[in-house]
Design a protein around this ligand. Structure first.
Ligand code: ZN
Length: 356
């Protein structure tokens, strides 16, 4: 059979396979005010801070322990939005389990809060006659309580609008190697910046990626691994390679994957390395695709093959494979259905593309 050049294959791919949905916007290309959620107390498991701004009142931020005076859940915008109304819903689904002395507070500089409104019952709506250039809004406990701080949702009416968080997520850092606390905080911020992008890129119906992961930085061999709701990173490695944040992005992709089975392992790691090296990392760090080997080689070699498939044969294929793996419905026939040929044929075509 005659193999297609990459360019010809690209033309064909456009004709035969359009992606399921448009690729999400890269973090650096987002415009307008973006929401950042922060809480003074750790979340109670998956009830992370971002659940308070996901447009869904059935999910909530909930503090791990009882609310203490000055505990707060704060929504900060990356730039001001002219806001005419703020509404907050607190407590559990029935409006119960309310912490005492809650107030809703607004800020135009992100530091001082000029408006403070008592929250009575399960919520309050605050309307402004003249739009306020809002930069931050928080729900704060003014006294100690025996109930946790629960914020179901903050609603803003603003110009421009502030996008909701589609995939609430939080990385909490446990820097057992204390000298890496600052590095861990930086890596956490980078992971949280990229999580919504990859969650959307790999999204499928009826799949909710995990909302919480704990990053443990400790003395151990190797680089990093993910499992059981935790990511463990080797202190020695990240001390010596502080620029290897991509290794943590790789582990974060494993969190999104959360497959019931690690099978086939080469595809789990290949898909992950595709996301890490061909999307997250800048082009000058990307490994060069080389001929030879096999698709089962895993990691970067498989990642390069998947990047070629995604670019030239079947855009959107990685999202489909991710969902099949997550739903435990992966089967070798899927390559024929979604990429037009079986794996060995696709690999032979990929190898032939190096000859052009
Ligand atoms: Zn891995």
């Amino acid at each position: 059979m005659k193999y297609l050049s990459a360019a010809a294959a690209a033309t064909l791919a456009v004709a035969v396979a359009a992606p399921l949905h448009a690729a999400p916007t890269l973090p650096g290309d987002l415009t307008g005010p973006q929401p950042r959620l922060a809480a003074t107390q750790l979340p109670d498991e998956a009830n992370v801070a971002q659940c308070a701004f996901d447009g869904d009142e059935s999910t909530a931020y909930q503090s791990a322990g009882p609310a203490r005076a000055n505990d707060a859940l704060t929504l900060t915008l990356t730039e001001p939005a002219a806001t005419s109304q703020v509404r907050v819903v607190v407590g559990d689904e029935t409006g119960g389990r309310l912490a005492d002395g809650l107030v809703l507070e607004l800020s135009t500089d992100g530091e001082t809060y000029g408006v403070s409104l008592p929250i009575e019952g399960a919520g309050v709506t605050y309307g402004l006659n003249a739009p306020l250039p809002l930069l931050a809004v928080r729900v704060r406990a003014t006294v100690d309580s025996d109930q946790p701080l629960i914020v179901r949702e903050l609603w803003l009416t603003s110009q421009p609008g502030v996008p909701r968080i589609a995939y609430p997520f939080e990385v909490t850092v446990d820097a057992q190697a204390e000298d890496l606390a600052e590095w861990g905080a930086m890596a956490r911020d980078e992971m949280m910046l990229w999580y919504p992008y990859f969650a959307e890129l790999l999204a499928g119906e009826a799949i909710q990626p995990p909302r919480h992961v704990k990053m443990v930085l400790r003395e151990m061999d190797g680089v990093a691994y993910a499992g059981g709701g935790e990511i463990h990173g080797a202190a020695k490695w990240f001390r010596e390679h502080p620029d290897d944040v991509g290794a943590m992005i790789h582990e974060m992709i494993h969190v999104i994957q959360s497959y019931p089975r690690y099978d086939p392992g080469w595809l789990v790691e290949g898909l992950d390395d595709w996301a890490r090296w061909w999307i997250y990392e800048p082009e000058n760090r990307r490994p060069q695709a080389r001929p030879g080997g096999n698709y089962t080689d895993s990691y970067q070699r498989t990642g390069a093959f998947l990047a070629w498939l995604e670019a030239y044969r079947a855009p959107g294929l990685m999202a489909k494979l991710n969902n099949a793996m997550r739903l435990n419905t992966y089967a070798p026939e899927l390559w024929v259905r979604w990429a037009g040929a079986d794996l060995d044929t696709l690999w032979a075509q990929y190898q032939a593309s190096f000859e052009k």
